[in-house]
Design a protein. Structure first.
Length: 224
């Protein structure tokens, strides 16, 4: 059933405009990198500037791709129809995540790789690419949790949460920054970061798991 739900989600994604919007957004850091490369003689710092741009994609693209899809099915009562069949409620979430998270991760990781290459001529390390992918997964889980809480406005509220809470918390000079998906992603993707990659990886997994639990708890308690 998860496979069927994933295939349905992919079909909707390909036929709609959301995927192309996401790809267009992912090209922005590459264009920015090209501009900065032409402006600076020393391009060594361009990669850091591009990374900051890519972190914004980590915050926003999962909201567009994941929260929008989850919220749409709940609002359209597609999920309710499925629940009237012998299907576990969690399968709805699993199908969405299996279909959409790899796509979101590929788009953002490709944006970071291309942006760094164009801007500085140096490809990001495998650890850096993995950090971006991990951040997209955690951000997607947050988007899923928020979409199950407020399906009608899941995309907008996820963007607001990431931009007005997650990013500001990440710049705090305290342990609270370990609650920020964007900070943890930046720490994992930035080879010069002072934070321990192991600690950041564990913290990112915990934050993502919390949001997944929220999504499962909420979808189990929804009325049919």
């Amino acid at each position: 059933m998860i496979k069927t739900l994933a295939q349905l989600t992919l079909t909707r994604l390909v036929r709609g405009k959301t995927l192309w919007i996401a790809i267009a957004a992912a090209l922005l850091p590459v264009g920015f990198a090209a501009i900065r490369n032409s402006q600076l003689e020393d391009t060594s710092r361009v990669a850091g500037e591009v990374l900051s741009f890519v972190i914004l994609l980590v915050a926003v693209l999962p909201a567009v791709l994941v929260a929008g899809s989850v919220g749409e099915d709940i609002e359209d009562r597609t999920a309710t129809y499925l629940w009237s069949r012998p299907v576990a409620r969690e399968a709805v979430i699993a199908g969405k995540l299996v279909a959409l998270v790899p796509i979101a991760a590929i788009i953002v990781v490709a944006s970071w790789f291309a942006g760094a290459e164009v801007g500085s001529g140096v490809a990001p390390s495998p650890q850096s690419l993995g950090g971006i992918a991990a951040g997209v997964v955690a951000s997607s889980l947050a988007a899923t949790g928020i979409a199950t809480l407020v399906p009608k406005h899941g995309t907008a509220l996820t963007v607001v949460y990431m931009l007005l809470f997650d990013i500001p918390v990440g710049v705090l000079p305290a342990s609270l920054r370990y609650l920020s998906i964007t900070h943890l992603t930046d720490a994992l993707a930035n080879d010069r970061a002072k934070d321990s990659p192991a600690v950041c990886g564990i913290a990112l997994a915990i934050v993502g798991a919390i949001w997944l639990v929220v999504a499962i708890f909420r979808i189990r308690r929804m009325e049919i």
